[in-house]
Design a protein around this ligand. Structure first.
Ligand code: C2E
Ligand code: CA
Ligand code: CA
Length: 268
C-alpha cells in the first residue's frame, strides 16, 4: 500500500521523508531517474526554442513520486548534489540527439541553491561539459529561482558569472512568486525571465494582466527574453499575444515527455 504524507502528523511525515530518501539515494546511483523534456516555443508561429529538463522518478515501491516531493527530500537529506550531477549526466547524454533535431535549441536544467552554493559548482559543470565538447555550453541553460540568492549570494553569483563566461545562459524561474524583487534584477547575471504560471491562471484579472504587460515591456527594455509558464488554452495564447508576449511554455504547447516521445510527437 502507498503511504500518503500526512503533514499534520510529524512522525508520519518524517517516516515518509526517510523512506523516500532511502529509495531516492538508491535510484540516483542505480540509474533510476529519468529526464522528461518540455518545449518552450514562440507563440506565433509556434517554433521550439528550448527544452526544459524535468526530473522524473518511478519507484517500484513508492510508485510515482512528484518532483515537488522528492526534490524537497533531496535538499533536506543531502542528496541534491548527487541528484543534480545525475541530471547533468542524463542531459549531456541526450544533448546530441536534441541538437540533431533542433540544431539551435538550448536545454535548460533546474538547479537548486544548495548546488550553486558549492564554490566549485561551475568548475564541476564546466568539466562535465568539456568532456563532451565545450561548444555544447552554448546549448545549455540553468534555471534558478530567486531564493538561490538568499543563502550565499556571492558564491552563487560567482558560479553563474563563470558559467555565463563559457556560454551557458541563466533563467530566473517562477518569477513573480515568493521574494521576487525588481530592484534585484539589475544586479543578477541572467538572460531570461520565466513568469510563474499563476500569471496565466489570473489573465482574466485586469491587475494581473497589467503586471504581466509591464513585465513584458520591462524585459524588452532590459534586453531579456521573457517566457510565460503554464499556457494551457488557445484563449490564453491569444491573450498573451495581444499583450506582446513572444515565448511560452505549457500543456497547450506540449506536456513534458521522454525525449523519444517528444521527437516523434513533434515530427510533423
Ligand atoms: P518548475 O521548474 O517550475 O517546472 C514547471 C512545472 O510545471 C513542472 O512540474 C511541469 O510539469 C509543470 N507544468 C508544465 N506546463 C504546465 C501547464 O501548462 N500547467 C501546469 N499547471 N503545470 C505545468 P514538475 O515536472 O512536477 O516539476 C515541479 C518542480 O520540481 C519544478 O518546477 C522544479 O522546481 C522542480 N524540478 C524538476 N526537475 C528538477 C531537477 O532536475 N532539479 C531540480 N533542482 N529541481 C527540479
Ligand atoms: Ca523550471
Ligand atoms: Ca517554473
Amino acid at each position: 500500500m502507498t503511504s500518503i504524507p500526512h503533514h499534520a502528523d510529524p512522525t508520519r511525515a518524517e517516516l515518509r521523508q526517510a523512506r523516500v530518501a532511502r529509495r531516492l539515494e538508491h535510484a540516483i546511483t542505480a540509474g533510476g531517474l529519468q529526464v522528461y523534456y518540455q518545449p518552450e516555443a514562440t507563440l506565433h508561429p509556434p517554433m521550439l526554442v528550448s527544452l526544459e529538463a524535468l526530473c522524473r522518478w518511478h519507484d517500484s515501491e513508492l510508485n510515482l513520486v512528484t518532483p515537488d516531493e522528492f526534490i524537497a527530500v533531496a535538499e533536506a537529506r543531502g542528496l541534491i548534489i548527487p541528484l543534480g550531477e545525475e541530471i547533468w549526466r542524463l542531459v549531456l547524454n541526450d544533448l546530441p540527439t536534441v541538437l540533431q533535431r533542433w540544431p539551435h535549441a538550448r536545454v535548460a536544467v533546474n538547479v537548486s541553491g544548495l548546488e550553486l552554493a558549492q564554490p566549485d559548482y561551475a568548475s564541476k559543470v564546466i568539466a562535465a561539459v568539456q568532456a563532451r565538447g565545450l561548444h555544447l555550453a552554448q546549448h545549455l541553460e540553468l534555471e534558478v529561482t530567486e531564493s538561490v540568492f538568499h543563502t550565499d549570494p556571492a558564491t552563487v553569483k560567482q558560479n553563474l558569472v563563470d558559467l555565463k563566461a563559457q556560454g551557458f545562459t541563466v533563467a530566473i524561474d517562477d518569477f513573480g512568486t515568493g521574494q521576487s524583487s525588481l530592484s534585484r534584477l539589475h544586479t543578477l547575471p541572467f538572460d531570461k525571465i520565466k513568469m510563474d504560471k499563476s500569471f496565466v491562471q489570473a489573465l482574466e484579472d485586469p491587475t494581473a494582466r497589467a503586471i504581466l504587460k509591464a513585465m513584458i515591456d520591462l524585459a524588452v527594455s532590459l534586453d531579456k527574453v521573457l517566457v510565460v509558464e503554464g499556457l494551457e488554452t488557445p484563449a490564453q495564447s491569444a491573450m498573451l499575444q495581444s499583450l506582446g508576449c513572444q515565448f511560452a511554455q505549457g500543456y497547450w504547447l506540449s506536456a513534458p515527455l521522454p525525449l523519444a516521445q517528444l521527437l516523434s510527437s513533434l515530427q510533423a
